[in-house]
Design a protein around this ligand. Structure first.
Ligand code: PEP
Ligand code: MN
Length: 626
């Protein structure tokens, strides 16, 4: 049982309570949280009101598992750990990468450069190594910690490293952003208590023979000292299989997600012991709901002083990142590669002129989710229609705009292609894909059968056309965006429902009665990020243009030949009527290339000589690329 008190108890008050309850065989464990609260945890329930004045009580949580503060019932939201601009938990996927052990400054810097460039969020490296054999490399100790701290400065990545004893935990905390507790130490209770009191984020690895309950009870030790920044890590357990180093228990992920609010990441390097098996197991980990992965990477694994056979080569790590980027979208998470973290551009963001991002609808719309993921620090600027987004960006009221361009079920959103043409100072500077899950939300008390009115954005209705056919006698009402659909249903009251996002449905107190009602679960929307500042960069690999050609036989064939001769891959070709010119067309084309390179600039020169009109709409990173 967890008792949350809305005040800090005096020592005397605690002692009196403890003394009284002792006779009943009950012991309270007290934690002070901030300056206003006390939390008391007991193994056995008791009639709290008889012992504690009701005006002290904020909340009582009855928990039916031995782990209590780790139980999901303790908080209504999932725990998200934040280290500067890196998050673990929530709707992002976090990648921790680096060598098993810090071997030298050169070795760590070389690897850190690779993992940073490839988009990892956190740098790992052991300085105190708990090795099975006393004759194996034991780590560089404090020298290793110093090298890690220098790498953090040089590469701007937070660092994680292991503490192996209560004695070195304090030292590790001086250098690391996250303290790792290794599998061999999961039940080193003195160490757990020490890191519980240090107040730094802790990554707790599952012991080799630990059950999920043991694992969560180990986390409970840290939480019970008031440190709620705990990240769990599944790293494989001892099974009967000898071909792999351990048996990676991915069932732990959905189990832990049901039982606990704590984030959980997966370490497929120690989980398999085999570098070739790391990528498939990392993909599986993300697919079953992990909040992140931790992998070992080495530039020269054959020379590594520990765990070389399971360390990825830089090229494999690059592939892993690309694959996880794609898989994460499928489960509603997003791998925001570190290099793509939005930069608050000094020209557009100053204290008196903050970074704003314009999008359609209110918070809760799919566009707002993309805005938040792309620019977590920016001030949201909700707009009433797409034109307004373009205007706000053109007038530099917003630095960026978020605009949907295409959906996998309903196709292109033509109006936005036209707006791109109409605003010649606006460019596409990025793209994002999100999986769109539509749900049926209804007003409390209304049943599916008593539903009379259904609100949705036309895109929502179009994506759920088969579901709509199954509803009889329901009036459908078009609204301007996904969030508005839920709001209007809530205002309408009894008999109403909406097709909307989970976030919007819950925001307005409606109930989700049917989930994922879109015609096809592979329902993705491609959003573009627009801005007036256009800067092709080295890591861009996608270009968008629009052109018009003479109306004569072979002109499109010749234009496309310019791409074919250079072996340039086309990603999309869309024709749209030219405004004011009946039966004449514009071609919107997306292709793989980088405008920083001469050969692609030559391609454009050749195309512009053939076309009667050509405009480059943008240069950015292809967010769907495998
Ligand atoms: C490590 O992460 O390098 C490590 C020693 O892992 P584990 O504790 O899972 O064996
Ligand atoms: Mn290792």
């Amino acid at each position: 049982m967890i008792i949350i008190l809305a005040r800090v108890l005096e020592e005397k008050e605690k002692d009196d309570l403890q003394e009284g309850l002792k006779k009943k065989g009950i012991r309270l464990h007290f934690l002070e949280v901030g300056k206003e609260k006390t939390i008391a945890v007991t193994e056995k329930s008791f009639p709290v009101q008889e012992w504690i004045p009701s005006h002290w009580l904020e909340r009582i949580v009855e928990v039916d598992t031995p782990f209590q503060l780790a139980n999901r019932a303790f908080t209504s939201s999932r725990t998200v750990i934040r280290i500067k601009d890196v998050e673990i938990g929530g709707d992002t996927l976090t990648v921790i990468a680096g060598p098993c052990a810090v071997e030298s400054r050169d070795q760590l810097f070389r690897i850190a450069e690779v993992v940073k460039r490839t988009g990892a969020h956190i740098l790992r490296g052991g300085a105190f190594k708990p090795r099975t054999s006393p004759y194996s490399f034991q780590g560089l100790g404090e020298e290793g910690l110093e090298i890690l701290a220098r790498a953090r400065e040089e590469f701007g990545l937070p660092v994680i490293t292991e503490a192996t004893s209560p004695e070195n935990a304090y030292l590790v905390a001086q250098y690391a952003n996250i303290i790792q507790i290794g599998a061999r130490n999961m039940q080193n209770f003195d160490l757990l208590k020490r890191v519980g009191s240090l107040g730094k984020p802790v990554l707790l690895k599952r012991g080799m023979s630990a059950t999920i309950e043991d694992f969560l009870l180990a986390a409970e030790y840290i939480l019970s000292l008031g440190n709620f920044q705990v990240i769990l890590c599944e790293r494989g357990i001892r099974g009967i299989e000898k071909m792999t180093r351990n048996t990676l228990d991915l069932t732990a992920i959905p189990l832990v997600k049901d039982l606990s609010h704590l984030p959980i990441v997966v370490d497929p390097s120690h989980g398999t012991g085999l570098r070739e098996k790391v990528i498939p197991m990392a993909r599986a980990a993300v697919a079953c709901g992990a909040d992140g992965v931790m992998v070992e990477v080495h530039t020269h694994p054959e020379e590594a002083l520990s765990d070389g056979p399971q360390s990825l080569y830089p090229e494999q790590f690059r592939r892993l990142m690309n694959e996880l980027e794609v898989v994460s979208i499928l489960v509603g998470k997003e791998l925001r590669k570190h290099r793509e973290q939005p930069r608050a551009e000094s020209s557009v963001a100053t204290p008196s002129h903050p970074l704003r991002v314009a999008f359609l609808g209110e918070v809760g719309s799919f566009s707002s989710q993309v805005a938040r993921r792309s620019f977590p620090e920016a001030e949201p600027l909700p707009c009433g229609n797409f034109r307004e987004i373009f205007e706000k960006v053109q007038e530099r009221i917003a630095a960026y705009g978020i605009v949907p361009l295409e959906n996998t079920i309903t196709g292109s959103i033509h109006h936005n292609f036209d707006l791109l043409l109409e605003f010649p100072q606006i460019f596409v500077v990025g793209e994002r894909f999100i999986r769109v899950s539509q749900h049926l939300g209804i007003f409390p008390g209304t049943s599916r059968d008593s539903l009379r009115v259904l609100f949705a954005h036309p895109q929502g209705f179009a994506q759920c056309s088969r579901f709509l056919e199954s509803l009889r006698g329901v009036k459908v009402m078009n609204v301007g965006n996904t969030e508005e659909a839920a709001r209007r249903a809530a205002e309408f009251g009894e008999g109403s429902g909406c097709i909307s996002s989970e976030e919007a449905i819950l925001k307005y107190g409606l109930h989700i009665v049917e989930e994922e009602i879109e015609d096809n679960p592979r329902n993705f929307t491609r959003f573009i990020i627009i801005s007036t500042s256009f800067q092709p960069s080295q890591d861009h690999d996608k270009v968008s243009c629009v052109f018009a050609l003479e109306n004569r036989p072979g002109s499109l064939y010749e234009a496309l030949g310019i791409f074919a001769r250079r072996q340039v891959n086309l990603l999309k070709l869309e024709s749209r009527p030219q405004p004011g010119k009946p039966w004449e067309y514009l071609f919107y084309i997306d292709w793989e290339g980088n405008l920083k390179e001469e050969c692609y600039r030559e391609l454009l020169t050749e195309l512009s000589a053939k076309a009667i009109f050509l405009r480059v709409l943008g240069s950015y990173h292809n967010a769907w690329k495998k």
